[in-house]
Design a protein around this ligand. Sequence first.
Ligand SMILES: C[S@@+](CC[C@H](N)C(=O)[O-])C[C@H]1O[C@@H](n2cnc3c(N)ncnc32)[C@H](O)[C@@H]1O
Length: 397
Amino acid sequence: MSNVSKDEALKNASNVVALLSQGSDPFISEEVRAQALQAANLVIRALEKPEDGLIKFAFSPTTWMAIRVCAQLNVFDMITKHETISAAEIARIANADETLIRRLLRVLTAAGFVAEKGNGLYGPTHWTVHINSRLAQGMLKFIYDSSMLPIAQGVNWLKETGYRNPVDPQHGMFQAANQTDMPTFKWLTVPKNKEIWDNANTFFEGDRGSRPSWVTWFPTKEKFFPEGHQQEVPLLVDVAGGRGHDLMEFLDKYPDELGPFVLQDQQVVLDSALSLSPKIEKQPFDLFEDPPVKGARIYFMKFILHDYADEQCMQILRNVKASMVKGYSYLVINDFILPDVGCGLLQSQWDLMMMVLLSSMERTEAQWRALLESAGLSIEGLYLPPGDAQGIIVATL
Ligand SMILES: C[S@@+](CC[C@H](N)C(=O)[O-])C[C@H]1O[C@@H](n2cnc3c(N)ncnc32)[C@H](O)[C@@H]1O
């Protein structure tokens, strides 16, 4: 039996206290919150004995399954709408066995996702309310449904492929699990996969989580808005911008900018982008074909290049480059910039999820520099936000 060191636990706990005592704001800054959370995780690591912690970790997919089943049965919605609701009532509405509901909810109350109000009685916590939101439902359904099988089979798949780093979009873990050689985004847009694709797009709307949008911390106006922009060319093109959520945030921050603004994506995605500002033009396009907009001021790409290995990124970058004007256009990439040392858990998990779903990767600063330089782009700067959000990489011709 390993012993828990009081010194180590205390040292980590006092780090958390010291971090939280910084500043006098009623709310903790994003930077302090991220650091304190990392330190608090170390307190848990120090207090939890490995022989228990590891079993808990190995069993954690059962919690994930319970969340997915409860989402399927609308249990979070029922709990959110009632101060207290019984297992019997949930079972009746969901047409499920009460014993099953109690067992699923036991793990979710133990995890703090649902409040336990008594024997077989449940109420909402702020986690329940979040899990019940449209964006969270899209995320958890898409991620569970698309990744669990490739993850389960990934161990054998990596063995069979000789432990090579996956880079082939047509032959990855996702393709093996779904018995296809279609790249993931092509497979997702096949009509029979409509439901999972809809969940994916809802996930993309909220994939930034609570981490701050670039418009809240990056000096966009000072850096990019040209005096006397003539509106003959777009101010900003959101390249593969999904349902336009990032453009809408941009316009909330800069309501006086006239644009024009262009949202590019696949037609099927644009068709589901319903509440856009009239300043935004929808433009169907293909990342791998000639770009339709030439000479815009900003080509913005969020969570696009991390979907591809270097070879496909080079094709995408060649296309963007061809539409940029030297001395005027900027490419603005909003993606994680992983540190070489001390990478946080969330970013390192994103990286592996990219491997599982797309044979792609998150990149370190050195990898971003190598990629953009070999595409013939010049890096104006790499900028890191407060906390652990995605960074901004600005490149020019
Ligand atoms: C990870 S999502 C990112 C969406 C958005 N930029 C965001 O950050 O929320 C990738 C986007 O790329 C689009 N996409 C994938 N392959 C594409 C292609 N060949 N041509 C155009 N868009 C594509 C998808 O439809 C999706 O909207």
